[in-house]
Design a protein around this ligand. Structure first.
Ligand code: AMP
Length: 216
């Protein structure tokens, strides 16, 4: 399974990537996760990306393309992969096409998770991630609900935190950036016969079932 996951921030790419990874055993390649790890470790790459991430803007194409090239050339794609948050611009899509051609790993599909914008803002302002296991949660879907701000991770007991870029003002900017720079990729993949669309509304499990139906 070699997939690109397309969709606005908060459309559920990370959550569905985890389900798909468990089902098909392929690599989950999230450029956002790689950048956040670099930020936490204080690397030069992390420092370079920080200002862009804080503003909800995109890191430079050559930086993210370099990260993905390194990951795939290092043998990260043989068992299949799920690209989560990459590509996000037309030059990135072109670059990914070239890398995959070089490695003889043709893409099976670009899967668009389609969600209404207001639902996205609602989802993201309540999104929390676990500092220990990295699992993504939504306060509204947890037993303690929105009150449970300090609830530990139901999976491992770790501390849940809100990503800095999930503040509402930054979310609005990320959506703007998505419409301007990433949404054109939908047509790009459609023209190449790779686009599949899923209505990403419902519980994560329901959405995963719809994805199974779309991918056959
Ligand atoms: P994400 O976790 O995918 O929402 O990414 C978080 C932030 O990392 C984005 O808002 C960007 O600043 C940066 N980022 C992640 N992936 C890319 C990419 N493919 N191109 C440029 N910037 C990216």
């Amino acid at each position: 399974m070699r997939l690109v996951l397309l969709g606005a921030p908060g459309s559920g790419k990370g959550t569905q990537a985890e389900f798909l990874k468990a089902e098909y055993g392929c690599a989950h390649i999230s450029t956002g996760d790689i950048l956040r790890r670099n930020l936490k470790d204080g690397t030069a790459l992390g420092l370079e990306a920080r200002a862009f991430m804080d503003r909800g803007e995109l890191a430079p194409d050559d930086v993210v393309v370099g990260m993905v090239r390194e990951r795939l050339r290092g043998g990260g794609g043989e068992k299949g992969f799920l690209m989560d948050g990459f590509p996000r611009t037309l030059p990135q899509a072109e670059a990914l096409g070239k890398i995959l051609e070089e490695l003889s790993l043709p893409l099976d599909a670009a899967l668009l998770l389609r969600v209404d914008e207001e639902l996205i803002v609602h989802r993201l302002t309540h999104r929390r991630s676990c500092r220990s296991c990295g699992k993504i949660w939504n306060l509204l879907a947890m037993p303690s609900g929105a009150e449970g701000e300090k609830t530990p991770c139901p999976e491992c007991g770790g501390e849940l935190y809100r990503r800095d870029d999930d503040a509402e003002s930054v979310i609005r900017n990320r959506l703007l950036v998505y419409h301007e720079q990433t949404a054109p990729l939908v047509e790009w993949y459609e023209k190449r016969g790779k686009l599949r669309i899923v209505d990403a509304v419902g519980s994560p499990k329901e959405i995963f079932t719809k994805i199974g139906a779309v991918l056959g």
